[in-house]
Design a protein. Structure first.
Length: 269
């Protein structure tokens, strides 16, 4: 083989590898029980189809600010304290997600879910088989204390332990939420904030919700929506007062817990 052919061969291989590496993740049905299951799919796109008559629902987790889709990394939002702020990321835990049915039975869908704004697969639960029409849904933001001990989720997927562990010196267990971004302080400077909530000193700062819903026969869609601004609005939460990090502040952790009552809503169609 002459030198020019060798050069051409390596250029071809390099170009092929680059094309493969730069390709977008494959979207498709990731449920192995579906008739259109795609074994190559990396992102669930909600397209799964089934050949049975079982009742099913989908659950989507969505994040808003004042009823608008979050524009991440944009310094455009204002809370009740008139802090101009952005959202860089939002990671949070939903635990004890339970569906309740008209026949008075119930089923726990998941002990906990790790919701990440930068992981599309974490934002959806598709094709949940249900035995009867749903009457309500309940869940907890964060963990109850009985389900939140150090190293309890050490080997869980999605790097949950490393991303959400709560320091033992502050009581141990796991974060409920990591909400991070920047804000403009009273001197007009842009500063980082990390609103991290959890079981400081063993206090249970989680919050339980229950919402009435109604499903008819067939597949339906349920939305569990979070309004990020409501973490800060009632009572008023001022980033200038509470500072850039709140993990060790009982006052700040209590303020966030007191705001949790209307953070979530549930809708269906």
């Amino acid at each position: 083989m002459n030198q020019s052919l060798i050069v051409f061969f390596f250029l071809f291989i390099s170009f092929s590898c680059e094309k493969e590496d730069d390709s977008d993740p494959v979207q498709g049905c990731m449920d192995e029980t579906a008739i259109n299951y795609n074994p190559d799919a990396e992102i669930e796109d909600g397209s799964c189809q089934f050949d049975d008559d079982l009742m099913r629902i989908n659950i989507d987790f969505r994040q808003f600010i004042d009823d608008q889709d979050v524009q991440y990394s944009e310094l455009i939002y204002s809370n009740a304290a008139e802090n101009l702020y952005s959202v860089e990321k939002i990671y949070y835990v939903i635990s004890d997600l339970t569906l309740h049915y008209v026949n008075a039975e119930s089923s726990v869908i998941s002990n906990y879910l790790f919701i990440k704004n930068d992981d599309p697969n974490s934002l959806k639960l598709n094709n949940i088989i249900i035995p009867d029409t749903c009457s309500s849904i309940s869940f907890t933001f964060g963990f109850s204390q009985i389900n939140n001990e150090s190293d309890m989720y050490l080997n869980d997927p999605n790097n949950f332990h490393n991303l959400m562990v709560w320091p033992d010196v502050l009581g141990g267990g796991y974060h409920y939420m990591k909400l991070e971004g920047t804000f403009i302080d009273i001197d007009g400077e842009e500063k980082f904030y990390n609103t991290h909530t959890g079981p400081l000193n063993g206090n249970d700062n989680s919050y339980s919700y229950s919402f009435n819903i109604n499903y008819s026969q067939g597949q339906s869609q349920l939305y569990i929506d979070m309004d990020i601004n409501k973490f800060f609005n009632n009572p008023v939460y001022d980033h200038n007062y509470y500072g850039q990090g709140i993990m060790g502040s009982l006052e700040a952790q209590s303020a966030i817990k007191n705001n949790l009552g209307d953070v979530f809503t549930v809708t269906s169609n």
